[in-house]
Design a protein around this ligand. Sequence first.
Ligand SMILES: *Cc1c(COP(=O)(O)O)cnc(C)c1O
Length: 406
Amino acid sequence: MNDFIPVNEPLLNGSEKELVCKCIDTGWISSDGPFVKQFEERFASYIGVRYGIAVCNGTAALETALYATGIGEGDEVIMPTFTIISCAIAAIRLGAKLTLADIEPETWCMDVKKLESRVEAEIRKGNKKLRAIMPVHIYGHPVDMDPVLKIAQRYGMNVIEDAAEVHGAEYFSKVVPEVKFDRKYKKGKYKSTGNGTWKKCGSMGHVAAFSFYANKIITTGEGGMVVTDDPVVAELARSYRNLGFRPEKRFYHTEFGYNFRMTNLQAAIGLAQMERVEELISIKRRLGTYYRERLGNIPGVRFQIEKPWAKSVYWMYAIEIDPKLGIDAETVRNRLKEKKIGTRPFFMGLHAQPVLKKKGLSLNGNHYPMADHAYKYGLYLPSGMTLTEEKIDVVCNALAAALEKE
Ligand SMILES: *Cc1c(COP(=O)(O)O)cnc(C)c1O
């Protein structure tokens, strides 16, 4: 029998070790070391934005991003229910409330039509607190951003992308905003650009948050980054990650912040990863394509569909089981575990999270059938950087066997 195939494993065999050793040799191990700024600049320019603000993890990046766009007490952030708790935590810690939208079943990303009807229903009810939309690009695949951006402009909201799972993924965008970023939530229009251009995820909203956790496409072990084109947002993000310090007057505080700083050791790994970012992405795409071909021959299994306007980076090789097979994802996961194959379940919707119910956060009592369905029938297969086509064959054969009726 095969060795255990883990659900994830990073690839650290570039200049990671050399750069980390440099930190130790020079004594620069805190956030004051030179690699932090270099990593920020390198990453921001890769995404195609002006500023990068490195932080200690992706959850902190989300909170910092929301803070920097002005989200605070009583505001509402609209986000998909099918996402990690980090999105909810980031908003709630700032005193904001959540409004949720369901997902569409082919990519498991936020359903932009449902987003629109949700926003319109809230506005009709007289809700004047909707301030931000947080699209979450799922498992390497972008959200359909143009409609999101248009809705945001029409109702005067800012867009904060959760790009934790999509380093390098692209979206074919055909619009540009009239109002670039506005703290006063000014309404505007999106103008057509004619033919459209490919844009990287994380460069389309007003601000975006990335994670560099060990299973992400670019990793620093733990880490995150806020990216934006707006200098005011960038400055507020820098201040928030650093206890509310302001550049002009040290030890003088008008706002609270946190210590969300990234260390030079982490940034050293990040820089080494960025040296080979294209290679890392092409590994993910190649393995993803191979998986898709193999899984196409297994009845009752569906792979995340890549839309024509998307270049997915296939962060996680996620599948959904046809309910007609009469088994759910948990059963399949247990059967694969017996065959020494690591998997992970899908997100449980925020609307179903006990902690959010317990805190009495009104989640509007709506139903989110697509997210519930994905949670029940979805799982992801081994997706690490060290995977090979042979291992994918082992996984797919085991999966086909696991789906057969006893
Ligand atoms: C990983 C992830 C985060 C959180 O990142 P951490 O670095 O683990 O805090 C946030 N959002 C999404 C969608 C993620 O996948």
